[in-house]
Design a binder for this molecule. Structure first.
Ligand SMILES: [Zn+2]
Ligand SMILES: [Zn+2]
Length: 367
């Protein structure tokens, strides 16, 4: 007989989030006829200012259920240079790619072009050769070369307090010029532990793709409390399939959702599709001749959903603001005033962000 000790329970609890991934439960159910590819496109290793070897990045990503990553070491900032001369800026990619060979993880080539503001730091992913992006004395030549290589280029941490003292993301003339010339295609609305509603606004106004990345330098498990159920910021790409070609295409088309802590951030159309695929409502049931409908809502995702009911009825046992835990159900008792076989339930998703101080409204029909 297996003796369950408190220590064993602790071990079991501490591995719970990993157990979810091991069970192959997806973080989110993909909308019909779409693939939802989980990515982290901003990661550092010892080959720039990170503290771990590239193969550890692959192990972390596999344990955390990611589908696609890019190692994006700084091209110019090489603080480990004396111990680790780095003549080939593709080397960290090559090691990670080799280490992921037998796994389902896709590793794509990337680099961080590192400039003072403006333009600040930019990531170039889906590039051919990182070495050719190295132009330390020219503010835009690396960005132009990344575009020449048909890479996807995005502006990193536009809210970074080291480059924006007030933490507010705003465009300089140079950014406007780069965006007009279509040399920048995306912007981080989430970086590491920071979040920028101003960056969301910039993305929407300038048709840039929204991204959320870890920009991890240490271990993800420490930075994002993975054993306690945390997760790194991820960008989910709504793609036709999970091939790098289609993921890249979807990135250029702006089809993303950023998952940051309990926030889901994206363009309204994509968030709407996703939420509808991840929440369902049972058919209403009434007890005897009472007029109070019992409806069970089901959350199929790994994220807690914070909901506000916006319809005309009131509830019998809850307020109209409530949450549904990950992969869980919640039964609500709605005073419908008459027996209804089916009806619409309109909600605001309070942690579904579709703009600066804007939250997703959606409606689900009971079955
Ligand atoms: Zn940076
Ligand atoms: Zn970085």
């Amino acid at each position: 007989m297996i003796k369950i000790t408190p220590k064993k329970i602790l071990i079991l609890l501490s591995t719970f989030p990993l157990w979810i991934y091991a069970q192959d439960q997806p973080f989110f159910v993909a909308p019909e006829e779409q693939f939802l590819v989980s990515t982290d496109l901003h990661i550092h290793t010892t080959f720039s200012d990170g503290s771990v070897w590239p193969n550890i990045r692959v192990s972390e990503a596999l344990k955390e259920g990611l589908d696609l990553i890019s190692i994006t070491d700084h091209l110019e900032y090489q603080p480990h240079h004396e111990d680790l001369p780095n003549p080939d800026r593709n080397r960290s990619y090559d090691i990670a790619k080799g280490s992921a060979k037998e796994s389902k993880l896709i590793v794509i080539k990337g680099a961080e072009i590192t400039r003072s503001m403006p333009p600040g730091h930019l990531n170039a992913v889906f590039i051919q050769d990182a070495n050719k992006l190295l132009f330390p004395d020219d503010p835009s030549a690396g960005i132009e070369e990344a575009n020449h290589q048909k890479g996807f280029v995005f502006w990193n941490h536009p809210n970074w307090e080291a480059q924006r003292k007030d933490g507010i993301a705003r465009l300089d003339t140079m950014h406007i010029d780069l965006i007009e010339r279509k040399l920048i295609h995306g912007i981080e609305v989430v970086n590491f532990t920071t979040y920028s509603e101003e960056a969301i606004e910039i993305a929407l106004e300038n048709d840039l793709t929204m991204l959320g990345t870890s920009d991890v330098h240490g271990l993800t498990t420490w930075d994002f409390d993975i054993p306690q159920g945390g997760h790194r910021p991820m960008t989910f790409v709504f793609s036709k399939d999970n091939s790098p070609k289609e993921v890249k295409k979807a990135l250029f088309e702006g089809k993303t959702m950023v998952w940051f802590k309990e926030l889901m951030i994206g363009k309204e159309e994509h968030l709407l599709d996703l939420v509808k695929a991840n929440i369902s409502a049972s058919s209403p049931s009434y007890k005897d001749d009472e007029l109070i409908a019992k409806v069970t809502l089901r959350n199929l995702s790994a994220n807690t959903l914070h909901l506000k009911y916006t319809g005309p009825f009131t509830f019998h046992q809850d307020g109209t603001i409530f949450k549904i835990e990950p992969y869980s159900e919640k039964t609500i008792n709605i005073k419908t005033l008459e027996i209804k076989t089916s009806f619409q339930l309109p909600f605001e998703l309070l942690n579904g962000i579709i703009g600066r101080k804007k939250y997703l409204n959606f409606s689900i029909k009971t079955q």
